[in-house]
Design a protein around this ligand. Sequence first.
Ligand code: ARG
Length: 464
Amino acid sequence: MTGKNTNIVRGGRFNDDPCELMQEINASVDFDKRLYAHDIAGSKAHCAMLVSQGIISEKDGEAIADGLDKILHEIGNGQFTFKRSLEDIHMNVEARLSELAFDAAGHLHTARSRNDQVATDLKLWLRGAIDGLDDGLKGLQSVLIDQASAHAGAVMPGLTHLQSAQPVTLGHHLLAYVEMFGRDRGRLRDCRRRLNECPLGAAALAGTSFPIDREMTARALGFDRPMANSMDAVSDRDFTLEFLSLAAIMAVHLSRLAEEIILWCSDRFAFAHLPDSLSTGSSIMPQKRNPDAAELIRAKAGRVIGSLNALLVVMKGLPLAYGKDMQEDKEPVFDAADTLALSIAAMAAMLRDITFEADRMREAAGHGHATATDLADWLVRVLGVPFRQAHRIAGQLVTRAEEKGCRLEDLSLDEMQKAEARIDDSVFEVLGVENSVKSRQSYGGTAPDRVRRAAAEARKRFLE
Ligand code: ARG
């Protein structure tokens, strides 16, 4: 051989090394080195299986396993030099292994390909990331439930169309997000369960002529079973798409909550106050306290949604089985997982230390004739007026209050009786915001004792 090729990936097929530009576009090690521990775990499981099936010798198996342990240690301690010329994490590990256990190392790649290897590695990594996000969301739910219990009776305006609708309690409002994050956790669980089949042993795409035991490697790596079809095993990226889909939904939930915090902390609402440690200032306007963390959480949803889009487009035209296009799956997955972990942590910190202005919220809850529905309900309940008609009468009284520039409960009984003669004094009992929320006793409703019970149930459902 006369060529300059020295690269273990290229083997005997090439005379020359790839040019700089080829390396630049082809190499993934800069980002896939994150998979090193999973790659080594996969290799160890594969190696143990090869030994147990008599495909490689025990001696070679031992040398490989020792070498892999050493590499794990080296990378963990920052003593490992990653080389772009070796393309990816798989070849970087294998090349080092051939230095540490020269005679044995060459046997490791028997009955295996980087195609089944990378799919396995990424699934293992994602399992860990899913568990981490689930923990993070659980912590966030716990903060929300604590705040909801503390503010179960705090009345605030409930809005629809961002207009005063009906008074609600802050506890009730916060528990709505506990439900959303509960569904996010359910989607994490579903994704984890469905991805938990092992690609290893599919080899390049067609399976292998060696008598491998795919059950054994699947079990060793904590998978429920091997994937049933070798072509599917190396070409499937549903697990990344499912993850990014649920990630996008989760990011949307975080963004909506961030938006509420931004509104609540604005000087128009002035319902809440973030501590100094979680606020930023302005370089020009000395009075400013900006909720930058909440704004960034709101913005980062754009990144996560973008990652989902990016990978859907990468995958949509790919014929079976593996295509190098699929190397582009990792950065969006890593970025979405990192972005969400940070957003969840920042959100939990803000909600832990936020202070609510209960008086100001209660005051605002009475604006906008927010108890007009209570008035209509009273007409139905006490006078037996059909709801449609009650709605009309209450509407007329709202217009009257508006004309006089007063609140609904400030209208005189006389005035009320002009709209409906049978109205009596007891109507005033339902017009205050406290009474309004107290009356919303239906399951899932906003009455303070309901909210207290709902918080206790949420603690059981989500935190135990
Ligand atoms: N770095 C590659 C990836 O991330 C590994 C698989 C490469 N397979 C191949 N046949 N070139 O997808």
